[in-house]
Design a protein around this ligand. Structure first.
Ligand SMILES: Nc1ncnc2c1ncn2[C@@H]1O[C@H](COP(=O)(O)OP(=O)(O)OP(=O)(O)O)[C@@H](O)[C@H]1O
Length: 258
């Protein structure tokens, strides 16, 4: 279970960042009083345009950032006061995760398994299952640098899941992946959901949210502006598809003063 309670995250901007973001303010409120609950056996999608605050929110959930205000509980543990316990229960994935190119996927899997306190028998069982699913078994002894981009990505995902976490946090799961790799990743998120795990993703791809997510929270300018199943969102916005709903909300909330 993830319980985000009134999360606000404010970044202090450097002069360079102020220039880049074309603002005179030296603070940026990236998450603005976000409250949400995501439950096991569910894929929860944070949907929003670039810069909406999705990554910031997920990084706070994953204990990588400290909220400015509010608190977050993951499996009942506070992300600030009990960070280690939170980290035991999660995998945080992005498409930027890279494995050391000089080692094999098998070696990296074992290395991270040991870091999580697993024994060799447990690691081997997990590896057989995950490598089989992602089609890595045949290439498991090759150096990462010799693998294709898609295979590298799948190996990184398998390694992140070595400890069989209850909660999987995935920032932009299909970004930058070819269509075949993207499909195997989204299919695996469904497998995890069906195993009773909680999967929370961020995306700006409407079709991913539509097809994959049991619950969708739309974030615009750091605020959660609506939440529900696809059908609930369409009913609340009186629209026919998620794209129409999204643009209605975007028109309404993107105009708001900061
Ligand atoms: N470390 C940082 N320092 C200052 N500002 C930041 C920092 N990280 C993010 N921001 C700003 O906070 C806002 C939210 O960024 P965030 O990356 O959370 O959005 P996002 O919804 O994930 O967008 P994207 O899809 O582009 O990754 C943006 O305006 C961004 O420029």
């Amino acid at each position: 279970m993830i319980e985000i309670n009134n999360l606000t995250k404010i970044y202090k901007l450097s002069k360079k960042q102020m220039q880049e973001q074309k603002t005179k303010k030296n603070m940026k409120k990236a998450a603005d009083h976000i409250t949400l609950t995501a439950k096991p056996g569910q894929i929860y999608g944070l949907l929003g345009p670039n810069g909406a605050g999705k990554t910031t929110t997920l990084r706070c959930v994953a204990t990588l950032l400290k909220p400015t205000e509010g608190d977050i509980k993951v499996c009942g543990f506070d992300t600030v006061k009990e960070g280690e316990k939170v980290r035991d229960n999660i995998a945080f994935l992005t498409n930027e995760i890279k494995l050391d190119p000089h080692f094999s996927a098998k070696y990296m899997f074992q290395f991270f398994g040991h870091l999580h306190g697993m024994n060799d028998a447990e690691i081997n069982e997990r590896r057989e299952k995950l490598f089989k699913y992602f089609g890595i078994t045949e290439f498991q002894d090759k150096k990462i640098e010799e693998l294709s981009t898609g295979m590298k990505q799948k190996a990184a995902i398998a390694v992140s899941l070595v400890h069989d976490p209850k909660v999987v946090i995935f920032d932009e799961p299909t970004n930058g992946l070819d269509i075949v790799t993207a499909r195997s990743v989204t299919d695996y998120l469904r497998v995890l959901r069906d195993e009773g795990k909680l999967v929370i993703i961020s995306t700006h791809i409407l079709s991913d949210a539509e097809k994959l997510c049991d619950n969708i929270g739309i974030i615009i300018k750091g605020k959660k502006v609506i939440e529900g199943t696809l059908q609930e969102i369409l009913t609340k916005t009186n629209t026919k598809d998620l794209e129409d709903a999204f643009f209605e909300l975007y028109k309404e909330y993107n105009m708001e003063e900061e």
